[in-house]
Design a protein around this ligand. Sequence first.
Ligand SMILES: NC(=O)c1ccc[n+]([C@@H]2O[C@H](COP(=O)([O-])OP(=O)(O)OC[C@H]3O[C@@H](n4cnc5c(N)ncnc54)[C@H](O)[C@@H]3O)[C@@H](O)[C@H]2O)c1
Length: 310
Amino acid sequence: MPKKAIVTGGAGFIGSHMVDHLLKKGFRVAVIDNLKTGKRENISAKAKFYKQDITNLKSILNIFKKEKPDYVFHFAAQLDLRFSVDNPWQDAKENIIGGINIIEASRRIKLKKFIFSSTGGAIYGGAWKIPTPETYRPHPLSPYGVSKLSFEEYLHCYRHMRQNSLDSVSLRYANVYGPRQDSRGEAGVIAIFARKFLAGKQPIIFGDGKNTRDFVYVSDVVDANWRALMSKNPRHKIFNIGTGKETSINQIFQKLKKLTASQFKPKHGPAKAGEERRSVLACARARQELKWKPKIDLDTGLAMTVDWFR
Ligand SMILES: NC(=O)c1ccc[n+]([C@@H]2O[C@H](COP(=O)([O-])OP(=O)(O)OC[C@H]3O[C@@H](n4cnc5c(N)ncnc54)[C@H](O)[C@@H]3O)[C@@H](O)[C@H]2O)c1
């Protein structure tokens, strides 16, 4: 019997790549997505699709009862950091209450593992330790970071509950980029700049552009999810998933300018409030326990991304 997986947020950027990978590995896959930011055309025709919001407990319970998945990959989320600042209620409703719905539905069936897409950037806040390891005590600086961290704690708690405990792994991603990304994600800068350059429009760098991020290619993130599924009993349950390399927004501008053979000079706008100056993840734990390491370097990943946008 083929293994079954439910992928929430499977119409989105990272989730849809995960769906493709699982199908390639012979899994039967069902997607739950409300298509808020996801697109129907991202979902493989071989996957079953439920257009549903994760905040609707009754429907979620029914889907799980029907599908009885072995594994859950939980990607669906409100992931707009700035939106969460103005709408903390909605952020908590989707990322915490919606997430609990998925946990509770999972507990009612014999789920083998729950794999959660968390965030390294927003959870660690303005970390003073760079690159930041999992042992750094997170103090998120946005409601989005708080809701993601709090959901990790729910998973921790459900792992240790006496009845129907749930095995889970949380993956804290750096800034993910690649094909199918739209301009709203946490790593939207690559998608935004690539689109602008290709359309012959001037990209704007907010602030001085010296702020740095850790950019990880989407297929490497899918590979981390796959290894989290395959790993028998990892000692730790939380893993940073990034490259450990810092790249400034100015460098991204220059690399994309070259790849698109554009003539634009850097143009700066006002800095965005509340954004970290430096963000880069230490990923030794994933290397040791999941045997994971990123395979796609930034120049190769950017070239593939530009080709896709083209
Ligand atoms: N992209 C990044 O750089 C990044 C970094 C860190 C963490 N993450 C996490 O990875 C996950 C996937 O992010 P992405 O970049 O693919 O974003 P995305 O917006 O492309 O995907 C999210 C998907 O979830 C769906 N969705 C949103 N709210 C929903 C709800 N209430 N009910 C049902 N479906 C809902 C959307 O329609 C979309 O298809 C998110 O949990 C995000 O927090 C992403």
